[in-house]
Design a protein around this ligand. Sequence first.
Ligand SMILES: [Zn+2]
Length: 191
Amino acid sequence: MSGYWLLSSPDTAKNDYVFREDGSSGELVSRQEFRQSTCRKCGKIDEIASLSLLEDHQFQFPSRDLFFSIDWQLIIGESVKEIFELSAGAELEFVPIAANAIKRYIVVPKVLIPVEDPSAYTITSRCGACGRFYEAIWGSSIPNVPAFDNIAAFKMENRIGLHFAWILTDAYAKWLKKVKPRIRGLEFVRF
Ligand SMILES: [Zn+2]
């Protein structure tokens, strides 16, 4: 089926990682809060299980209503959460975080789209310690998307870790466009 990718223009002037920070010699390392749960071999964190550890962390994020962190986590403000809760509450989970004393939420999908065609993904070997793929990125063909309600996501992996590629149905994108003036940062592109 066709639909839309959910996007947001990058805002590099003021943004932050969710799960990583700069180490003492400039390299990217897991946040202090996650050191216990970092895989010693590949350096990845169990991101979803670690989300509750972020509640007291003060992030430096853009002021927009919707954006992606540098490590591609979808972040929204209170007004967008209300819209999503009303319209797609069954498909999404919202994890509260603090940013510049403003309450924000990391969005976690409850609906993951499986890709049956293996050429839609390029998958590397798995880490021998934690079992995760080093990378699961797009392959040579466009994924064939099965039917879904409102909003769903693909689970992707890169060397930094987990992120989601978000998709919307035509009907849901059309509905959101009607309320788009209230969502600063929301963009779509057709697939
Ligand atoms: Zn590992």
